[in-house]
Write a protein that binds this ligand. Structure first.
Ligand SMILES: *Cc1c(COP(=O)(O)O)cnc(C)c1O
Length: 432
């Protein structure tokens, strides 16, 4: 029996969808923000994930151990700080589809991107070019352009950005492949966002990696919007390197420690450049304080400094939740939530009488949680009206509202409540 839209997007029906979903949400394990005395509808887990309720205790444990042990906590804390980062490898490897010795939690995202470019963007002879996606996240554009200049190149000629086709909003993998082939002998690196921050498009990373390798170029991905959003198999896909942050879908807190993946085939190599620090030195001999650098034979070789334990404590608690909830299951639930929101937006547009353009791919296999809505006709005031009504989404110039129903804590009911507000706001603005 087909359900009429009016009922499909009602709060009652949404509640029954929540109740009957095979994968229960874990909303009660998170703090939902209360703004102006009202719990908000939070759809910005793609920007800053919510705080897991385990976060406070995780930090407190380390603070207590610091208070009790001082420097001795490096060895005597419940989770000895000297090897603290090792606790994170299992959860990270699980999310990106890697072996534990291929991942490491360290630094911040853009810092890691630079450190990996040091190793994997090594222009030689004619091979000086980098292919990236058009309108990549600004920090990535700055990083790539400054690396090219650092090597004496010119970003105007060495940085090739692949755009969507005329009239389209997303990029065809075929066009990336064609560019790779066209620049085959001049290409040093392909570096793409796994999920595009603006459109929410999920790239076929396996396919892009294969194309890059076919012409002898390295291939890496920025996983800022992919990590904790979609399952990946970086090891099997043969990806050379990747980096990510942990404060978006990974819920590890503002500015929390980032991470990196370096494929096993490069781990332990001494013939590629790398910037070294003492935490990349062989752990067994690290405290002998010898002048000569002996690298770890794992991704930890790229690690420079000792672990930021207080913020890693939250990261560890968060990764634990992902291991429990399983990324493949979350992905299935995520597809249902996002499809429901997408259909609901289109339904409201039909009822109110405007054209809703979602610039995110409609194919669930080509996107993660996020939907990006072009605010044609309404402009930024639609975003402002939503915010005023208690919907936390975000605005990206020139005209896009991004929303991400996150399977760990967003519900069908959240979406139905949003749709009612969305209808009120667009209706009010249409009759003004
Ligand atoms: C969020 C995001 C960043 C942010 O970089 P930080 O170094 O963590 O400040 C960079 N790149 C992409 C693609 C992002 O989505």
């Amino acid at each position: 029996m087909e359900i009429k839209p009016k009922r499909l997007f009602s709060i009652e029906h949404a509640r029954s969808l929540d109740k009957n979903d095979p994968i229960p949400d874990r909303r009660s394990d998170f703090h939902l923000p209360v703004i102006d005395g009202k719990e908000v509808l939070y759809f910005t887990g793609n920007s800053l994930g919510l705080q897991p309720k385990t976060a406070k205790q995780a930090i407190k444990t380390e603070l207590d151990d610091w208070a009790q042990w001082g420097v001795e906590g490096h060895f005597h804390a419940q989770n000895p700080w000297v090897s603290y980062h090792e606790k994170l490898a299992k959860g990270l490897a699980n999310l990106v589809g890697a072996k534990e010795h291929e991942v490491v939690a360290m630094n911040a995202l853009t810092v890691n991107l630079h450190l990996l470019l040091v190793s994997f963007y090594v222009p030689q002879g004619r091979r000086t070019k980098i292919i990236c996606e058009a309108k990549a996240f600004p920090s990535d554009q700055y990083a790539l352009a400054s690396q090219i200049r650092f090597h004496g190149g010119d970003p105007d000629t060495d940085l090739i950005a692949i755009s969507p086709r005329p009239g389209a909003t997303c990029i065809e993998e075929e066009d990336i492949e064609k560019a790779i082939e066209a620049h085959a002998n001049e290409l040093a690196l392909v570096m793409i966002g796994g999920v595009h921050y603006f459109t929410g498009q999920l790239m076929d990373m396996k396919r892009i990696t294969r194309a890059a390798h076919a012409v002898g170029a390295h291939c890496g991905f920025d996983l800022a919007h992919a990590m904790g959003n979609i399952p990946m198999q970086l090891h099997d896909w043969g990806v050379d390197f990747a980096c990510w942050c942990s404060y978006k879908y990974l819920n590890s807190g503002p500015g929390a420690v980032a991470g990196a993946f370096i494929h096993e085939k490069h781990v332990g190599r001494e013939d590629i450049p790398r910037f070294d620090g003492w935490w990349g030195h062989d752990a067994k001999r690290r405290f002998l304080m010898e002048p000569n650098f002996e690298s770890m034979k794992t991704a930890e070789a790229w690690q420079m400094s000792n672990a930021p334990v207080l913020n890693m404590a939250v990261h560890a608690a968060s990764l634990e939740m992902f291991l429990e909830s399983r990324i493949d299951q979350l992905r299935e639930k995520s597809k249902r939530l996002t499809a429901y929101m997408e259909a609901g937006i289109q339904h409201v547009a039909e009822e109110v009488g405007f054209r809703a353009e979602l610039i995110t791919p409609t194919d669930p296999e080509r996107r993660g949680c996020q939907l990006s809505l072009a605010a044609h006709g309404f402009g930024k005031s639609l975003f402002e009206a939503l915010t005023k009504a208690g919907v936390i989404s975000d605005w990206r110039e020139p005209n896009v509202i991004r929303m991400a129903p996150v399977p760990l804590y967003n519900t069908f009911e959240d979406i139905a409540a949003f749709l009612a507000i969305f209808k009120d706001c667009t209706e009010a603005m249409s009759t003004e």
